[in-house]
Design a protein around this ligand. Structure first.
Ligand code: PEP
Ligand code: MG
Length: 593
């Protein structure tokens, strides 16, 4: 499609840069920011067509909900799917629907306005009731009404995103992992979202796809016209709508320089991640499935530091069984090179990752709710299928099992008891499996860091999840752009928790890795190395840059930095000092990227 050469009305939005790179393409709006309800009076002859439009939207919504209900029921059990049964019943409630029809037929309102007004009336009554349970039902009703209004407005449905006709930059309020996982990878050149922070899964997905992303841009969707072009700068955190030719030229040059530098980085593929003073770091990759292994091989990673297995469970109507999981884990384990390992993490569903979109209408506080190991221990049949498949994969490569969101010793013990019974079961069934698969704990809740000593005694390794550890320590939602400036992995409290974790692990001879996004941020690598972590696990696209830096650092300097940081109280200064060490070691890395 031809673009105009002069673009009037160039405008730039500033957000949080979360994935490097530059893209220029047509904008694809996904979803709506704030709903615009048309209040145009209906022409007399248009009433029946409007009623039909409403019926179609109700039908579409019903089908969506049935699909989600089936997915949830298969993954979580019938009880969890009950909420969606209730939604279906509301959609058939004749009192409600007759009221909407009356507003269309006799009130002359369009379907959107009629539906919205009737639902809002019930929502506001429920929301004002002095009963927490009923107030939550108000949120359910609003969610349901949003789905119907989406159908009425023809907002892009998730399925359409799988087959995009041309390259585009996706602009959305926010992107759920279940949506990003479905995207047409070939044609999505970048993400720009109104909401989100550095460790939101939109950001993680963009880094994995190696495309630029800017989040936390604030209100944006309403001002964008369909078909406009944008330039997305994932380094500077800018989204420019209708960029001028001069801007495009300057970015084109920058892109070329970066490409040259990336070529230089690629030469490090077979080189070890070793500091100038001879200290080896395991530089591993974070993956979401066996399909990421090609990128892992190309990156020069030393094994898999985090396989987020929950991604095998998203966007499908039934959870993968033991055999299917075994195939996935085996594919990963068998592709690691000799001497390398694959760390397989059990499910971390919940938070913002739920099969279907349960999270939209589920818990009021999902990050403090039913998540990760809490789900696994409540649904032991899910955990057993994971453990059995992982143990079996242990015959095809060196595998370790990692437990997410452990908050205390009881959870570790309960999971280990289930693991042991799986081992006995496999033995009794004569099914071969890896006999000595180490079991590790994610340290991502402050309570776990504070009892690291006890956890180290009863586990084989630690992996520090700095994304959640930062969020939970500072009480900052990792997805909320309004508090993004408070989200600071170098806050002294986080630094001290990392230190305590490493020290406890040391005392028990356990290795410690970091698999949160902090590990892939070159400016913070000196601090982590200085604090004594043995492994950094990052998205494959970032491996070359982190390796380039590690090979120019001195462990002795990094240790001095960490010692200084542990006696320091200001997070931004710790960040600055660590960055200074990194820039002094590898100035090109920062100048060219
Ligand atoms: C983390 O919390 O740092 C982590 C790696 O886990 P996730 O991002 O999957 O929650
Ligand atoms: Mg986490």
């Amino acid at each position: 499609m031809a673009e105009p050469s002069a673009r009037p009305g160039a405008r730039t939005h500033h957000g949080i840069a979360v994935s490097d790179g530059v893209a220029h393409a047509r904008i694809l709006r996904v979803g709506q920011a704030r709903r615009q309800i048309s209040r145009e009076p209906l022409a007399a002859g248009a009433v029946e067509a409007e009623v039909e439009r409403l019926n179609q939207a109700l039908l579409g919504t019903r089908q969506d909900i049935q699909k989600v209900r089936d997915q949830v029921s298969a993954a979580m059990g019938a009880a969890e799917a009950g909420l969606f049964e209730a939604h279906l019943l509301v959609l058939e409630d004749s009192t409600l629907l007759n009221e909407v029809l009356r507003k269309i037929r006799t009130g002359g309102l369009g379907a959107e306005a009629a539906f919205h007004d009737v639902f809002e009336k019930y929502v506001s009554v429920l929301a004002a009731v002095d009963d927490a349970y009923l107030r939550e039902r108000a949120a359910d009703l609003r969610d349901l009404s949003g789905r119907v209004l989406d159908h009425l407005s023809g907002a892009v449905q998730e399925q359409d995103l799988q087959h995009l006709p041309e390259p585009c930059i996706v602009v959305a309020h926010d992107l759920a992992p279940s949506v990003t996982a479905l995207l047409d990878r070939k044609n999505v050149l970048g993400f720009a979202t109104e909401a989100g922070g550095k460790t939101s899964h939109t950001a993680i997905m963009a880094r994995k796809m190696g495309i630029p992303a800017v989040v936390g841009l604030g209100p944006l969707l309403e001002s964008i016209q369909e078909g406009e072009y944008a330039l997305l700068d994932g380094h500077g955190g800018l989204l420019t709508i209708n960029p001028t030719d001069q801007t495009l030229f300057e970015y084109g040059q920058l892109k070329q320089r970066r490409a040259l530098f990336e070529e230089k980085l690629a030469l490090l593929r077979e080189q070890p991640a070793v500091t100038l003073d001879g200290h080896h770091i395991t530089l591993a990759a974070n993956i979401e499935g066996p399909e990421d292994m090609a990128a892992v091989q190309a990156s020069g990673a030393h094994g898999i530091g985090l396989f987020r297995t929950e991604f095998l469970f998203l966007n499908r109507s039934t959870p993968p069984g033991e055999e299917e999981q075994f195939e996935a884990y085996r594919a990963v384990a068998s592709q690691t090179r000799p001497g390398q390992e694959a760390i397989l993490r059990t499910l971390d569903l919940g938070g913002d990752k739920m099969p279907g979109d349960l999270n939209r209408s589920g818990e009021p506080n999902p990050f403090l709710g039913w998540r990760a190991i809490r789900i696994s221990l409540d649904r032991p049949e899910l955990l057993r299928s994971q453990f059995r498949a992982m143990l079996r994969a242990g015959r095809h490569g060196r595998v370790r099992i990692l437990l997410p969101m452990v908050s205390g010793l009881e959870e570790l013990r309960a999971a280990r008891a289930i693991l042991e019974s799986c081992q006995q079961e496999l033995k009794a069934e004569g099914i071969p499996f890896g006999e000595s698969v180490p079991v590790g704990v994610m340290i991502e809740i402050p309570s776990a860091a504070l009892i690291a000593e006890d956890l180290a005694r009863e586990s084989d390794f630690f992996s520090i999840g700095t994304n959640d550890l930062t969020g939970y320590t500072l009480a900052v939602d990792r997805l909320n752009e309004r508090v993004a400036r408070l989200y600071q992995p170098t806050h002294p409290a986080v630094v001290r928790l990392i230190h305590a974790t490493v020290q406890a692990a040391r005392r028990h001879g356990r290795p410690v890795g970091v698999c949160g996004e902090m590990a892939g941020e070159p400016a913070l690598v000196p601090l982590l190395i200085g604090l004594g972590v043995d492994e950094l696990s990052v998205t494959p696209a970032l491996i070359p840059a982190v390796k380039f830096l590690l090979r120019r650092l001195r462990l002795s300097e990094a240790r001095d930095l960490a010692e200084w940081a542990l006696g320091h109280s200001i997070g931004s200064e710790i960040h600055r000092r660590s960055r200074e060490v990194a820039v002094a070691a590898a100035p090109n890395l920062f100048a060219e990227r």
